[in-house]
Design a binder for this molecule. Sequence first.
Ligand SMILES: Nc1nc2[nH]cnc2c(=O)[nH]1
Length: 158
Amino acid sequence: MTAKDLEFLRQAVEVARRARANGNHPFGALLVDAEGKVLLEAENTVQTERDCTGHAELNLMRLASRSYDPGFLATCTLYTSTEPCAMCSGAIYWGNVRRVVYALSEARLRELTGDDPANPTLELPCREVFARGQRPVEVLGPALEDEAVRVHEGFWRQ
Ligand SMILES: Nc1nc2[nH]cnc2c(=O)[nH]1
């Protein structure tokens, strides 16, 4: 993982902070091209849109596939404040993004959310989802977990 990767991860955590401030679950994601230009940002919108699919990464992939060709998306990296769930890993796979960098692991998220009905966290690492696909997706993470965990502090009902 490069210094640039860490910088973009911190930016994804800032987007998660914004999602929380906007009344949503604290998750954020970015799409960055091969030159290191941030192309898109997306917050989680589950609460305000009343949309169970409004995860940050799925919102990002919806925007990404409307804006760019699959061939171009294959050269981009998706940065996310938390490891993508199985649903979002599916969207990343179908959208043809080939590199994913995440901060907080899903396992650590599950410890934080406990049995909060607002987020019945799946226990299915994104690497396991991608491993079933026909094209490779490189995954880096967890990283900066102690920073990424802060955006969840006091949010989930334990
Ligand atoms: N990574 C991630 N995990 C979630 N779990 C619930 N919502 C989200 C989200 O938006 N992103």
